[in-house]
Design a binder for this molecule. Structure first.
Ligand SMILES: Nc1ncnc2c1ncn2[C@@H]1O[C@H](COP(=O)(O)OP(=O)(O)OP(=O)(O)O)[C@@H](O)[C@H]1O
Ligand SMILES: Nc1nc2c(ncn2[C@@H]2O[C@H](COP(=O)(O)O)[C@@H](O)[C@H]2O)c(=O)[nH]1
Length: 204
């Protein structure tokens, strides 16, 4: 029987650097996780590609996915839907591969209820002012949206204690290394290694 892969959930407030850290992790050759591409009703930002950054959907298409139970979780975040297509996640985990989700905090809560055995990592900013600075510097949101995201961020930061790990994103490279180290440690903790030893002893 194939041992199931790990469901890794990276969450945290808007602008903390989840996307940047995720890209950092996936740009490394030794990364063996599979990235789950989300669906959203948000319009593509410059350079974003359908099927790579997101599956861009109309509101109607997204609501059909909800009605047809095609999402592991979804949330309405600052005026748009975002959700995780469930089929890809299940198939990949069942094939023994680790799946990496990068999602906001409400959705992570839903995944926690459906997949309590997942690994939940909260990415935290060095400070609130640095968080705001990052959203502003990114230059992708209007002033109104920045205010909404900062308001949501205060509530989201209160949820960090519900996570298995909190990783500070002070420097991108360090945050990537910390997350990868956590995943390695979790695999050991979940007794994969012990399981292999048991098998080895059975053979001997
Ligand atoms: N450690 C860091 N130090 C300084 N700037 C950073 C760091 N990490 C990310 N940034 C910058 O902060 C901005 C926000 O990063 P990013 O878009 O990755 O955040 P996010 O959490 O994915 O946001 P959202 O949830 O809104 O999609 C970007 O301009 C990025 O370059
Ligand atoms: N609940 C979910 N949240 C998601 C998903 N994919 C992305 N996100 C999060 O939404 C916000 C906004 O993203 P942006 O690309 O518009 O800046 C951010 O926190 C993402 O992590 C998802 O499938 N489900």
């Amino acid at each position: 029987m194939i041992e199931k892969g790990l469901l890794i959930v990276l969450s945290g407030p808007s602008g903390v650097g989840k996307g940047t850290v995720r890209k950092g992790i996936f740009s490394q050759k030794d990364t063996a996780f599979e990235y789950s591409v989300s669906a959203t009703t948000r319009k593509p930002r410059e350079g974003e590609v359908h099927g790579v950054d997101y599956f861009f959907k109309s509101r109607e298409e997204f609501e059909d996915m909800i009605a047809n139970d095609q999402l592991l979780e979804y949330a309405e975040y600052v005026g748009n839907y975002y959700g995780t297509p469930v089929e890809y996640v299940r198939e990949t985990i069942d094939a023994g591969k680790d799946v990496f989700l990068e999602i906001e905090v409400q959705g992570a809560g839903q995944v926690r209820r459906k997949f309590p055995e997942g690994l939940f990592i909260f990415l935290a900013p060095p400070s609130l002012s640095e968080l705001e600075n990052r959203i502003v510097t990114r230059g992708t949101e209007s002033e109104d949206l920045i205010r909404s995201r900062m308001k949501a961020a205060r509530e989201e930061l209160e949820m960090m204690e519900l996570y298995d790990y909190v990783v500070e994103n002070d420097e991108v490279e360090l945050a990537c290394e910390r997350i990868k180290a956590i995943v390695v440690a979790e695999h050991c903790r979940r007794e994969r290694v012990q399981y292999r030893y048991k098998k080895m002893l059975e053979v001997d």
